[in-house]
Write a protein that binds this ligand. Structure first.
Ligand code: PLP
Length: 365
């Protein structure tokens, strides 16, 4: 038996939301809805799809290594110079590039206890030490994270808004936190759900890139732009950090369809606005439904909600699956009575609420 590297004993395979087709096959259900992976239920921009169809003509050519057209488009869109962008096969890959490039075996990486699991996995792969700091009411405890820093700390992850809780940290609190981090510690600010944020108390982090040369901001086309399967995410940081990350990057990591699709998606403001409007309506609908059922949820700034169903999450999950509804149970994330549900279309939200109500009624008798 060939032995894998010792670090791999710590690593578990990523467990994705259950695919619709799998549940249909297992239970013989014709209608199954998936509200488990924070995808965009309204699809993707028609402009992006058309651009990708046209680009099909060229898929026999390798894509450009640094995605310069996309970098220019984002540069104009965000008013940031184009040499500050690094692109990944999803922002997942940028997380991998960051740990690959910066984390030495034995070095510590500070993160929230319940946050995006890929941080921990990638730190383990490098032989680094993830240091988890308990949350406060589903929110990052930045003070606690500060005290977790020591001379072995190499990197800090702040997921803002946080997956799976949907919460954000306050603007001033985050600013003070950034000020307190030594310049030789890299701060990764994961803003995968940035576009959904509807709070006045949220740090516009792009404005602070010059003040904090140890900061990298991560964003993605997988969520509000509805391109999860095409795989394109990006980091915004110092040109020097981009150059370091490029050294270890797979040369052709962002394919041609992804590059042109992302450029076209940026031009489709109508799709973006429609997604945000419907997501807000869906959020309000679900929050009302939870209130009616006497349930509380973490305040969300994303396209998903974490709700406390006050019952065993695994059992509620099972019951919902039988009714053709796929969500993420909280017991696998450290919240044994909570569910994370992606905000769906009107119809999906209604089906989910009905199924949840039925489940809870059956459990309470
Ligand atoms: C917080 C966070 N970061 C990063 C990602 C990775 O996104 P992608 O690789 O699709 O860009 C996700 C996906 O769910 C996420 O929730």
């Amino acid at each position: 038996m060939v032995k894998p590297r010792a670090q791999m004993t710590e690593v578990a395979m990523y467990s994705p939301g259950k695919p619709v087709e799998e549940l249909q096959r297992e239970l013989g259900l014709s209608r199954v809805i998936k509200m488990a992976s924070n995808e965009n239920p309204y699809g993707s921009s028609p402009k992006a799809r058309n651009a990708m169809m046209e680009e099909m003509e060229n898929i026999h050519f390798y894509p450009e290594v640094t995605a310069p057209v996309l970098a220019d488009a984002l540069s104009k869109h965000l008013n940031v110079s184009s040499d500050r962008f690094i692109f990944g096969n999803g922002s997942d890959e940028i997380i991998r590039m960051l740990t690959r490039t910066y984390v030495n075996p034995g070095e510590e990486v500070v993160m929230a206890e319940v946050t995006f699991p890929r941080y921990r996995t990638n730190v383990f792969i490098e032989g680094g030490v993830p240091v988890s700091v308990p949350m406060r009411d589903g929110t990052h405890d930045l003070e606690g994270m500060k005290t977790a820093l020591n001379e072995r700390t190499k990197m800090v992850f702040v997921c803002n808004p946080n997956n799976p809780t949907g919460t954000i940290v306050g603007e001033q609190e985050l600013l003070r936190f950034l000020e307190s981090i030594p310049p030789d510690v890299l701060v990764v600010l994961d803003e995968a759900y940035y576009e959904y944020v509807h709070s006045g108390d949220y740090l516009e982090s792009l404005e602070y890139l010059d003040q904090f040369p140890n900061l990298i901001i991560l964003r993605t086309f997988s969520k509000v732009y509805g391109m999860a399967s095409v795989r394109v995410g990006y980091g915004i940081t110092q040109p020097e950090i981009v150059q370091e990350l490029l050294k270890g990057k797979e040369p052709f990591n962002v394919n041609r369809l992804a590059q042109v699709g992302a450029v076209a998606a940026l031009e489709d403001n109508e799709f973006l606005e429609n997604t945000l409007k419907k997501n807000k309506e869906g959020r309000m609908y679900l929050e009302d439904a939870f209130k009616r059922l006497g349930l509380s949820s973490f305040p969300t700034h994303t396209n998903f909600i974490m709700v406390d169903v006050k019952q065993d999450a695994a059992a509620v999950h099972e019951s919902l699956l039988k009714q053709g509804v796929i969500i993420r149970p909280g017991h696998v994330m450290g919240y044994p009575t909570m569910l994370r549900v992606t905000i769906g279309t009107e119809e999906e939200n209604e089906q989910f609420s009905r199924a949840l109500e039925k489940t809870l009624e059956a459990m309470n008798v």
